[in-house]
Design a protein around this ligand. Structure first.
Ligand code: ASP
Length: 468
């Protein structure tokens, strides 16, 4: 028989039930002992009467966070004694006839009934399995799971295939520092962990899968912020035979569907669209908060489009002239009538791309674009960015080759799942919406990572560590 969720107990009035859970609170009222039993679905009040001596004796020894199994009869609470505590099945209680202790617990190193924000990050993460017991974090992770389920439902309904791409891959040009993994079999060579599935998802379009998605992990070795960790989760998708408006409207429909399914309120539908120039003029930034009241629980989504293909950044090595960098993703296509100038290398700073960003309440929550699918165009972009022909061959030869074999027009997006959940729950830090986050300086105090390797491991990997 499947374990009964505590939130379902009220459906079993006057029946005998078997329940499992953690002791949340114990209260002795003279002879009666009250216990709040907790599982992830909620709480139920248990009552142990003194008449059953053996059970009563066990109940007197119970402490918070012990894991128990009980048998008892579900009864209505007396009129006027309904328990209104949050998460509590307040109208009923269970009169216990049998208690079995499944696991005792030491006193936790910090309170579990607070919201936890007052506790030092280091200690919260060291005992993360306890920290995660608090109601707020349980709610955040349950909501995260529900949101992903609705995203999956939506995308499966629209004929998307869920396809995994490798974790052991090669440096990508998304512009951040890679995490690298030494190869044991190939001495002196390294894999890179993916910064995103960008190239693979485009190659899946060349392979003919037409609609791909993945709940993908992306790793970037950059300095962390409250809303940016070393790893993050993306809702990553790519579609063939589409134009910019097709991807934007599908993504908008998906975001509205899944957000509203979990009870979120969206300020404006359809989402307003700003050009990059409009956004810079109006908000002085390409991400902004449209809410009149910044404390309101609404979600103010908006699109930003018409980004420049290139932006000037810093001086070049060869003189005072400014070097060009891509303003977003080097695979994003210029607008169709700007391709000619791109190929001619004319008016490069005026070229506009088919990039679109989704912003919400002041954060960038997604970015994507219609991609270049012509090898000569992609090659030209990399040339303008300052790569030599040999370098382009070496780094992107596989993409250029693939585009020689029938590449459909395609485009996609990646949404930042962690940031979305933060916004839904009004949280200000990633650690509140991720099960096992790292500290701000990239450590896991529970697993004690990163860690050193044994001499044997290092030898196998052909690595020598210099003593500092
Ligand atoms: N790969 C891009 C990113 O991670 C998103 C995209 O263009 O689909 O930001």
């Amino acid at each position: 028989m499947r374990k009964l969720n505590l939130s379902q107990v009220s459906q079993y009035l006057d029946k005998e039930v078997e329940l499992f859970g953690w002791i949340d609170v114990r209260r002795d009222h003279g002879k009666l002992i009250f216990l709040d039993l907790r599982d992830r679905s909620g709480k139920v009040q248990l009552v142990v009467a003194p008449s059953d001596k053996e059970t009563h004796a066990i109940a007197s020894g119970l402490r918070p966070e012990w894991v128990i199994k009980i048998t008892g009869i579900v009864a209505s609470r007396p009129e006027g004694m309904v328990n209104l505590k949050e998460g509590m099945s307040g109208k009923i209680e269970v009169k216990v006839s049998k208690i079995e202790v499944l696991s005792e617990a030491k006193t936790p190193p910090f309170a579990l009934d607070s919201d936890g924000r007052e506790i030092d990050e280091e200690i919260r993460l060291k005992y993360r399995y306890l920290d995660l017991r608090r109601a707020r974090l349980q709610k955040n992770l349950i909501l995260r799971s529900e949101f992903l389920k609705h995203i999956r439902d939506f995308l499966y309904n629209k004929d998307f295939l869920e396809i995994e791409t490798p974790m052991l891959t090669k440096s990508t040009p998304e512009g951040s520092r890679d995490f690298v993994v030494p190869s044991r079999l190939h001495s002196g060579k390294f894999y890179a962990l993916p910064q995103s599935p960008q190239q693979y998802k485009q190659l899946l379009m060349v392979a003919g899968f037409e609609r791909y998605f993945q709940i993908a992990r992306a790793m970037r070795d950059e300095d962390t912020r409250a809303d940016r960790g070393l790893e993050h989760t993306q809702i990553d998708l790519e579609m063939s035979f589409v134009e910019q408006k097709d991807v934007m409207s599908l993504v908008e429909e998906m975001v509205i569907f899944a957000s509203e399914k979990i009870g979120q309120k969206i300020m404006q539908k359809p989402f307003p669209i700003f050009t990059y120039d409009e956004a810079m003029e109006k908000f002085k930034a390409d991400k902004f908060d449209l809410r009149a009241d910044k404390d309101s629980k609404e979600l103010a989504f908006a699109w930003v489009v018409d980004f420049p293909v290139f932006s000037a950044e810093g001086g070049s090595a060869s003189g005072g002239e400014k070097a060009l960098t891509y303003s977003h993703n080097p695979f994003t296509a210029p607008k169709a009538d700007h391709v000619e100038n791109l190929l001619l290398g004319k008016n490069l700073e005026l070229l506009t791309s088919l990039q679109y960003d989704l912003v919400c309440n002041g954060h960038e929550v997604g970015g994507g674009g219609i991609r270049i699918n012509k090898p000569e165009v992609l090659e030209k972009v990399f040339e303008i960015l300052g790569h030599s022909k040999e370098e382009i061959r070496e780094k992107f030869g596989h993409m250029l080759d693939a585009f020689e074999y029938g590449a459909p027009p395609h485009g996609g997006i990646a949404l930042g799942l962690d940031r979305l959940i933060m916004m839904f729950q009004g949280e200000e830090a990633l650690r509140e919406v991720v099960a096992f986050p790292l500290t701000g300086d990239g450590r896991d105090p529970m697993m004690d990572s990163p860690s050193t390797l044994t001499k044997k491991q290092l030898e196998e990997l052909h690595i020598k560590v210099e003593e500092k």
